[in-house]
Design a protein around this ligand. Structure first.
Ligand SMILES: [Zn+2]
Length: 90
């Protein structure tokens, strides 16, 4: 078992919050997953210990403001890309 918060969990939580605030973005499961995956791929290189999505944020200073900002910025960028080219029709 891995202790501590997984980056993936943190990101998917923030994606849901972000989409709730944005009426103009598609909030279907497909887009949520796409945004989460894209944001994670942008964040992963910044955090040590990456292996197959099991990136653990240091529990020492979690949740640090900087980490939150990094995550939010990655989500905003990912949401822009996904909303332009969603992986479904409509
Ligand atoms: Zn969608």
């Amino acid at each position: 078992m891995v202790s501590g918060n997984l980056l993936e969990d943190q990101v998917s939580e923030e994606v849901i919050k972000y989409l709730e605030e944005k009426d103009d973005l598609c909030t279907c499961q497909q887009c949520q997953d796409d945004i989460t995956a894209l944001a994670l791929s942008n964040l992963r290189p910044r955090y040590a210990g990456s292996e197959e999505g099991k990136v653990v944020i240091s529990s020492v200073d979690l949740p640090s403001e900087q980490t939150k900002l990094d995550i939010l910025r990655a989500i905003v960028n990912a949401a822009k890309k996904v909303s332009k080219r969603p992986h479904h029709d409509r």
